[in-house]
Design a binder for this molecule. Structure first.
Ligand code: GLN
Length: 383
């Protein structure tokens, strides 16, 4: 049977694979990053109201006007960034479609795309889908960005760099100096920044700085975010793209042909959340995540894992060398079977899996579930 060559290098998503394994074993799923707590009532009521009002047909392909306008107001309020909702915003089916649409719209076959390693699972396959070549730059956990190393990755074929801050899976929040260094390189080489800021409001050591706010960067930055993490609705699939007018025109065409549009009633609800949830919602959410982070990181350390506490996002990479000598896929499998806790092996996020002795824990869970996971891990470790 024939299948297209572009798919041959792809493997099944390890994140989703671990979720299935967790379900088979009744394990606590700290693998796939989705919250187990409710979304804000305001958001849910607004979605119900929109469906009752029969907002059931296609929204405008590039996004319902109330959502684009609410996002423009939010970017102004949080970051002082002026965005034109008519020409510079596209709403997509999650940040995942956003990144794919942006790459397909801006990158040609043969172009190079710089990707930090470890990376989020999708970036490599996204680049491959457009015939581009991902160029990996190591970004070790807990270390500052090595700008000289990054500079060496830029060449005549470099079209774009993918940035993800706060970062999945490392928990890094890029500093102002690091972002300025990246910005200078991109300006010198005429390179676009594709920045995935889906964890923008989940920051412990910040602030979160959108690279689009740096001088001269809005014109070469494509900012991706969405409702999934900020409002605990990963299944709603509402993503957003902010890009300069000419780039947006190309991105909207790709998005239209891929998916036509994101769910119309849910766009109305996210617009209302952006407009009406107070600042305390966002600070309260970050505080709650900080407590979850401290709970899980404390338990992991007691159990014998080694880690650097994340500065943002809701994942922690933990070294298990004191608890096992096998490779990380084998260890993650054993952790599901023997401890009843599911994780993602780091090898899913790096190019040389053989050396990895780390797994990723997601802590976007209620404290009682994290306490239960902590107990299981301590028992597993014999502590
Ligand atoms: N972003 C989440 C994670 O990294 C969910 C990934 C997914 O399954 N789409 O776990």
């Amino acid at each position: 049977m024939h299948t297209a060559k572009r798919t041959h290098g792809f493997t099944e998503s390890v994140i989703r694979g671990m979720t299935r394994l967790a379900n088979e074993h009744g394990a606590i799923n700290l693998a796939q990053g989705f919250p187990n707590f409710p979304a804000p009532d305001l958001l849910k009521e607004a979605a119900i109201a929109a469906i009752r009002a029969d907002v059931n047909q296609y929204a405008i392909t590039w996004g319902a006007k109330p959502l684009r306008e609410a996002l423009a107001r939010k970017m102004q309020a949080f970051y002082g960034l002026a965005v034109d909702p008519e020409t510079e915003i596209t709403v997509t089916c999650g940040a995942t479609e956003a990144m794919a649409s942006v790459l397909l719209a801006l990158v040609d076959p043969g172009d190079e795309v710089v990707v930090f390693e470890p990376w989020y699972e999708n970036y490599g396959p996204d680049a491959v889908l457009c015939g581009a070549r991902p160029v990996h730059v190591p970004l070790p956990v807990g270390e500052p960005l090595d700008l000289d190393r990054l500079a060496r990755a830029f060449g005549p074929r470099t079209r774009a760099i993918i940035l993800n801050t706060p970062n999945n899976p490392t928990g890094k929040v890029f500093t102002a100096d690091e972002l300025a260094g990246i910005a200078a390189l991109c300006q010198r080489h005429g390179v676009y920044v594709l920045t995935d800021e889906i964890y923008e409001h989940i920051v412990y050591e910040g602030p979160h700085i959108p690279i689009a706010t740096l001088p001269g960067m809005a014109e070469r930055t494509i900012t991706i975010s969405g409702a999934s993490k900020t409002y605990a609705v990963t299944g709603w699939r509402i993503g957003t793209i902010i890009a300069p007018r000419e780039l947006t025109a190309a991105i909207r065409k790709v998005h239209d042909f891929l998916t036509v549009g994101a769910p119309a009633p849910l766009q109305e609800a996210v617009a209302k959340a952006m407009d009406e949830l107070p600042r305390e919602y966002y600070t309260g959410m970050a505080d709650a995540y900080r407590r979850r982070r401290d709970l899980l990181c404390g338990a992991l350390t007691t159990a014998g894992f080694r880690l650097v506490p994340p500065q943002g996002a809701y994942y922690v990479l933990a070294d298990y060398s004191a608890l096992g000598s096998e490779g990380d896929v084998a260890f993650a499998t054993r952790l599901v079977q023997e401890a009843g806790v599911a994780t993602v092996p780091l090898s899913s996020f790096i190019s040389d899996p053989s050396a990895s002795r780390r797994v990723r824990f997601a802590f976007c869970k209620t404290e009682d579930l994290l306490e239960e996971a902590a107990q299981r891990l301590l028992t597993f470790a014999g502590r």
